[in-house]
Design a protein around this ligand. Structure first.
Ligand SMILES: Nc1ncnc2c1ncn2[C@@H]1O[C@H](COP(=O)(O)OP(=O)(O)OP(=O)(O)O)[C@@H](O)[C@H]1O
Ligand SMILES: [Mg+2]
Length: 240
């Protein structure tokens, strides 16, 4: 379980997160909804160690990981599939995936059967399977987005942060990504999801939080948020 309490984050002197609290219980899929610039990506960065929070606390299965280095947080079992394509361009698809499993080679994480998990990740993402030997930098934008997600899965993590996994994907691949998220969920993977398609995110999620200008304005079971007039007006009506 991932737990965040009173998290503050800033870029320079500009505070972007003003003390947010949220929980991602084990095995649950929680979505974070908000307009552009609300602070969704910043929330994920502050959780995974890409930026240092200015205040508050982040715990993973009860262990305090606040402000730890990102590699240490990965070893604690938190995977982050970041916004935009952050793949190792000059390495093959398969090597990118194996890098995702790197903390499992260090005794920090249970090693398990990495070969089997690689095969499983490639089954989950057939587009990557066809391209395992291709250099990641030569994949299309959408394929790189999928690679970033598959690499997060390779950590075999306690929690996965997914920041806009469908960004830049053609509609048919957006559906595929949501199917994959659903499948991970059915396997018991704990996830925090940020998606531009808020309605679709609420359809797969158990619980949702709405982030407005760096503060949580509403939260509740996804079912309730889907029918909340304010949420509908701001995030589910056309264009979102
Ligand atoms: N590296 C940075 N330096 C300075 N300001 C930043 C930086 N990254 C983000 N910001 C600012 O922080 C605020 C929150 O940005 P963030 O990327 O977290 O929003 P978001 O909710 O993920 O938006 P989007 O839906 O567009 O991805 C914005 O005002 C943004 O301009
Ligand atoms: Mg973002």
């Amino acid at each position: 379980m991932l737990s965040i309490s009173n998290l503050h984050a800033a870029y320079g002197k500009v505070e972007v997160l003003h003390g947010i609290s949220l929980e991602v219980p084990k095995g649950k899929l929680v979505t974070l909804i908000g307009s552009n610039g609300a602070g969704k990506t910043t929330t994920m960065r502050a959780i995974s160690g890409m930026i240092k929070p200015k205040g508050g606390k982040v715990t993973l299965d009860g262990k305090d990981i606040t402000g730890h280095d990102s590699h240490k947080i990965a070893r604690a079992g938190l995977a982050h599939s970041p916004e935009g394509r952050r793949v190792f361009a000059s390495m093959s698809v398969a090597d990118n995936l194996l890098l995702g499993a790197f903390p499992r080679f260090t005794r920090a994480r249970p090693k398990g059967d990495i070969k089997r998990d690689l095969d499983k990740a490639l089954e989950l993402f057939p587009r990557l399977k066809e391209r395992q030997t291709q250099l990641a930098g030569t994949l299309s934008g959408g394929e790189q987005q999928m690679l970033a997600m598959a690499r997060a899965v390779m950590l075999n993590p306690e929690v996965i942060l997914l920041d806009e996994p469908s960004m830049g994907l053609a509609p048919i691949l957006v559906e595929e990504v949501f199917r994959i998220i659903q499948r991970l969920k059915s396997e018991g993977v704990t996830m925090l999801l940020v998606e531009q398609f808020a309605a679709a995110a609420l359809n797969v999620a158990d619980y949702g939080y709405v982030l407005e200008n760096g503060s949580i304005s509403v939260h509740g079971p996804a079912e309730n948020l889907k029918t909340d007039p304010k949420v509908i007006a701001a995030y589910l009506g056309g264009g979102h």
